[in-house]
Write a protein that binds this ligand. Structure first.
Ligand code: UD1
Length: 275
């Protein structure tokens, strides 16, 4: 994404009229250790992309932002109008890019921009052909659980059971990746017909605790997930889930896959691909 010449070729050779910008580094811990790597890559690539779009007169863009821009939320569920605040360089790059896009829109009201704030994407495509199976030790909950279930890792560390939540473990709004993908189509359809810049939560509106995720995964997949309670992880918040009203109203989109679909497809992908 940082190679402007190659990007120009892509625009030259294809009749592009809208862009979905997914690219970026996304590991929170690494971003704290290597902030410049994150700022250079995530910001530079975006600016290059926007410059090339401008050269080719392409003014429609969907951007993958994150619920991380809400920081530690003051109110739940989280509305798009909630106060923003980031706590690490990765989150800062997401918020900077949102602001860059806002300035681009202010400079030229012909743009159509949809900023999608993802909550916690998990699961895989039902076919078992598309999913995630990182080769290193995962940071995120679901890929870690999968590696414990397959025996690659001995047990899950649950980061804290003394949060002010239903069972003491962290609560998040997990969303099936297929619902997330469909949300992008809805956003593209919307910006195709409407100019402006707008922000949408892509979540289910339901908060599940780490314990609930572990239990559902075990029950649905008939597999043991041994765990130990570990100290809280630095920078984690207790609870985070979306108010999904706005995306429903404006994009006519809402998540339809439930927790069973999410944990089943996540495991199915890895089992199928290890056969
Ligand atoms: C994390 C990022 C977020 C990013 C998202 C991308 C942090 C602080 N936040 O979200 O900015 O947009 O990934 O995918 O890293 N948990 C355990 N044991 C584990 C792993 C996780 O108990 O081994 C718990 C966490 O404490 C949390 C929940 O599971 O309560 C979800 O964690 P995770 O999957 O890492 O996502 P977030 O931290 O919500």
């Amino acid at each position: 994404g940082c190679d402007k010449e190659k990007l120009r070729v892509v625009f030259m050779e294809n009749g592009i009229d809208a862009v979905i910008h997914f690219a970026g580094f996304k590991a929170v811990g690494e971003s704290v250790a290597k902030p410049l790597k994150y700022y250079r890559n995530n910001l530079d690539s975006t600016i290059t992309l926007l410059e090339v779009m401008n050269e080719f007169g392409v003014k429609k863009i969907v951007f993958s932002s994150s619920a991380t821009v809400y920081g530690d939320p003051e109110e739940l569920p989280i509305k798009e109008t909630a106060k923003l605040g980031v706590t690490n360089p990765y989150g800062a790059t997401k918020l900077f890019i949102e602001n860059i896009l806002k300035d681009v829109y202010i400079s030229d009201n012909d743009y159509s921009i949809a900023i999608l704030r993802y909550f916690n994407p998990i699961g895989a495509h039902e076919s078992g052909l598309l999913g995630e199976d990182p080769s290193d030790i995962p940071n995120n909950l679901m890929p870690y659980i999968v590696k414990v279930a397959t025996g690659e890792l001995p047990h899950l560390n649950i980061f804290g059971n003394d949060y002010d939540t239903k069972d003491g473990t962290g609560v998040r709004d997990y969303i099936h990746v297929v619902d997330l993908a469909i949300g992008h189509i809805s956003a593209l359809e919307y910006i195709d017909k409407n100019k402006g810049i707008d922000y949408y939560n892509l979540g289910t509106g339901h908060g599940y605790s780490v314990m609930e995720i572990v239990s559902a995964f075990s029950e649905v997949n008939h597999v043991d997930v041994p765990y130990e309670i570990a100290p809280r992880r630095d920078g984690d918040i207790a609870e985070c889930y979306a108010d999904t009203t706005y995306a429903k109203e404006k994009l006519h989109w809402e998540a339809t896959h439930d927790l069973t679909d999410m944990v089943e497809s996540a495991y199915n992908f890895v089992v199928k691909n290890n056969e």
